[in-house]
Design a protein around this ligand. Structure first.
Ligand SMILES: C[S@@+](CC[C@H](N)C(=O)[O-])C[C@H]1O[C@@H](n2cnc3c(N)ncnc32)[C@H](O)[C@@H]1O
Length: 258
């Protein structure tokens, strides 16, 4: 009952927003369906850190790397792993209490050159990519992360399943859309492209938590190379189940039990 009242109030709020804007019916329908899709996406559980902790536990992870941290209380501090390393240039969180205050590109270049306090021979068991959410950058992050991933390891990517094209906009600053300030960027494009090469899936929660594995594993598959070559959002949206290999966390965890 409480939920019904809560959802009805939300729906009224959305409609009031539209009336105030005085837009056409097409705009109205798009706005309402996008807002509702966003409410659904936001309500999904578990969170990214539950998934990362599950993966870390399965492979007895020793080294965890997080690219893009913002406030560590939201994710980094909640990860259970022996050694944890963090990278962030400090764009969104002034305090920026990370190990490496730099961009992911600088981090990987310096790591390659042995110019950091950790050695270039290091292998990470889980690497969480959650930095700049633009496809070109995410593609570079995936490529670089692969060079430092242990054989059993996983790359995890946040924001792979934008609920609407407005969440998947390129420009973070433009928030006069049904997505408001919520932004998944174009990470999905880099993930779908990576899926043409790597065993992978996306857990259907917390805006889409992509998982890439170096080795073959149950449920993780490789996407056919001719799928959505031009990375069109509409094509992705209609076939996201297949293009992301979208699965529930429940089904994913069961695949580790056998
Ligand atoms: C979405 S937030 C990270 C959220 C965090 N991982 C979490 O789960 O709560 C994105 C972060 O990426 C950082 N960032 C932006 N550009 C980056 C880059 N080129 N390399 C690494 N991090 C970057 C921003 O400073 C910001 O703190």
């Amino acid at each position: 009952m409480k939920d019904i009242i809560k959802n009805s109030l939300k729906a009224i709020k959305i409609r009031l927003e539209i009336y105030r804007m005085g837009r056409s019916k097409i705009y109205y329908d798009t706005f309402v369906s996008s807002k509702l899709a966003a409410i659904d996406a936001k309500a999904k559980r578990p969170y990214r850190y539950d998934i990362i902790n599950f993966l870390a536990k399965q492979i007895n992870a020793q080294n965890y790397l997080e690219i893009g941290v913002r406030n560590p209380a939201d994710n980094f501090n909640l990860i259970n792993c022996v050694n944890k390393f963090s990278v962030d240039p400090g764009v969104e969180f002034e305090l920026n209490p990370v190990d490496f205050q730099m961009t992911s590109d600088d981090f990987f270049q310096k790591l390659n050159e042995d110019a950091l306090k950790i050695k270039s021979s290091i292998k990470f068991d889980v690497i969480f990519i959650d930095g700049l959410h633009l496809a070109e950058q995410v593609e570079k992050d995936i490529f670089n992360a692969m060079q430092f991933l242990s054989e059993e390891g996983f790359i995890v990517l946040h924001d792979c399943n934008p609920p609407t094209e407005f969440h998947a906009r390129e420009n973070f600053e433009f928030n006069f859309t049904p997505a408001g300030g919520a932004w998944n960027g174009t990470t999905w494009k880099a993930f779908v492209k990576a899926r043409k090469m790597y065993h992978s899936c996306c857990i259907d929660t917390d805006w889409g938590v992509g998982i890439v594995s170096k080795k073959e594993r149950p449920l993780l598959n490789i996407l056919g190379s001719n799928e959505n070559n031009f990375f069109e959002y509409n094509d992705f949206s209609l076939k996201r189940q297949e293009q992301l290999n979208l699965i529930s966390f429940d089904i994913f965890t069961k695949s580790f039990q056998s």
